[in-house]
Design a protein around this ligand. Structure first.
Ligand SMILES: C[S@@+](CC[C@H](N)C(=O)[O-])C[C@H]1O[C@@H](n2cnc3c(N)ncnc32)[C@H](O)[C@@H]1O
Length: 324
C-alpha cells in the first residue's frame, strides 16, 4: 500500500481526520515495512498514540468530538504535508495531539511548560529517571513547590512541573502576583507521576516540532498563506468571579482579547485557516462580528470543570470562530 491509499483508508475505515491520517501514513511508509494492510497501520498507531502529558485548565479534549461533528475541524483544504500548523496558546496541547501535524510550531507564555515540552522532546530518558525519584506526600510537595524553578536545571524544571501538575489540586497551574506557583496539595490516592510509556510516545511525536516560549504575536510573524492556526487563549470571563486567567502572572485582559481579534483578522487576510475558541459572551461575539462574511461564530456545548463545587459544573456554551 502506498502513502495516499493508507491515508484514505484511515479516514474512510477508521474516521481519522485527514491531518492525522496523512501523518500516520507518512510514518507507516518510512517505518512499517511489514504492514501490508491498513489494519496493521491502525494497530501500530493505537500502540504509539501520545496523549497530553499534563492536565490543563481549559484543555480541549472533551470538545474535539463536538468540533468534528459540527464539521468545523479540521479545515478540509489545509495541506498538512506542505503547510504548517500553529498553536500559539498550546497549554496541554489536546488539539496538537489529536492532529499530530507533520510541520508545527507550538508556543506558550508559560516558561516552565515550554521547558517541559522541550525536555520531553530532547532528553526524555533523564526526565523519566528524575520523575521516578519523587516521593508522594504533602511535605515533599510543599518543599518542591517552594523551589525556585529559575535556579534549577531544565530537567529538574520539567520534573518539578510534571510532579506538581500530577499531585497538586485538580492539576491546576496558578501563580501569585510575583509569579510563584501556589496551588495546594491535591490529596489524591495514587497519582501517576511518571507515565513513562506516554512520555516516550510524546517525545517521539515532538521530534520535528518547534516549541517556543514566546508571545503569540511573535510566533505568528512566521505564518504564511495556507497555514492553519488554532487559538485557544485564556477565556474572556463569563462574569467577574468566574475569571480564571492564572496560567501566567500577567493575565489576559479585554484589550488583549481585542488585540487577538486583530491578529485573527490579519491572518485571515493573509490567507491562513484560522480557528479560535473562547467563551460565549456578548463581548466576544461582538468583537468577532461583521469582520468578513467568511468569518463565522459557532456555539458549542462544553462542560467546564474549573469550579470545584459540583454546582459550578454545568453545561455552558463556548464559541468557535472559523474562517473556512
Ligand atoms: C486555555 S489555555 C490553552 C489550553 C489548551 N488548548 C489545552 O488543550 O490544554 C491558554 C494558554 O495560553 C497561555 N498564554 C497566556 N497568554 C499568552 C500569550 N500572550 N501568548 C502565548 N500564550 C499565552 C497560557 O499559559 C495557557 O497555557
Amino acid at each position: 500500500m502506498n502513502k495516499s491509499s493508507i491515508a484514505i483508508s484511515l479516514q474512510r475505515e477508521y474516521g481519522f481526520n485527514h491531518i492525522l491520517a496523512n501523518s500516520v501514513a507518512s510514518k507507516a511508509e518510512s517505518k512499517l515495512k511489514d504492514c501490508s494492510d491498513v489494519d496493521c497501520v491502525k494497530n501500530w498507531y493505537d500502540e504509539n498514540k501520545p496523549k497530553p502529558f499534563v492536565k490543563w485548565v481549559g484543555g480541549k479534549r472533551q470538545l474535539l468530538k463536538q468540533f468534528k461533528l459540527m464539521k468545523l475541524y479540521p479545515p478540509d483544504d489545509f495541506k498538512s504535508d506542505e503547510n504548517k500548523y500553529f498553536e500559539p496558546f498550546v497549554g496541554g496541547g489536546a488539539v496538537f495531539f489529536d492532529l499530530l501535524p507533520q510541520k508545527a510550531i507550538l508556543s506558550d507564555m508559560n516558561r516552565e511548560l515550554v521547558i517541559t515540552y522541550n525536555i520531553i522532546k530532547d532528553d526524555v530518558r533523564n526526565l523519566i529517571k528524575s520523575l521516578k525519584k519523587h516521593k508522594y506526600n504533602k511535605d515533599y510537595y510543599l518543599k518542591l513547590r517552594d523551589k525556585d524553578p529559575k535556579k534549577l536545571s531544565n530537567v529538574d524544571v520539567a520534573s518539578r512541573f510534571i510532579y506538581l501538575n500530577k499531585t497538586g489540586f485538580n492539576g491546576m497551574y496558578r501563580v501569585n502576583n510575583s509569579g510563584k506557583f501556589n496551588v495546594p496539595f491535591g490529596n489524591q490516592k495514587k497519582p501517576l507521576i511518571c507515565d513513562e510509556d506516554n512520555l516516550i510516545k510524546v517525545s517521539e511525536s515532538l521530534r520535528n516540532i518547534k516549541i517556543v516560549n514566546r508571545d503569540y504575536k511573535e510566533v505568528l510573524k512566521e505564518a504564511k498563506r495556507g497555514d492553519f492556526i488554532y487559538f485557544d487563549p485564556p477565556y474572556h470571563p463569563l462574569n467577574e468571579t468566574s475569571s480564571f486567567t492564572g496560567y501566567t502572572s500577567g493575565g489576559f485582559s479585554t484589550k488583549d482579547q481585542e488585540d487577538l481579534r486583530d491578529a485573527y483578522f490579519e491572518l485571515h487576510k493573509r490567507g491562513c485557516f484560522v480557528m479560535l475558541s473562547n467563551s460565549n459572551t456578548k463581548f466576544i461575539k461582538n468583537i468577532y462580528s461583521g469582520l468578513d462574511e467568511k468569518i463565522k461564530i459557532h456555539e458549542v456545548d462544553a462542560t467546564r470543570m474549573i469550579n470545584s463545587k459540583a454546582t459550578g459544573r454545568g453545561k455552558i456554551k463556548e464559541v468557535l470562530v472559523v474562517n473556512y
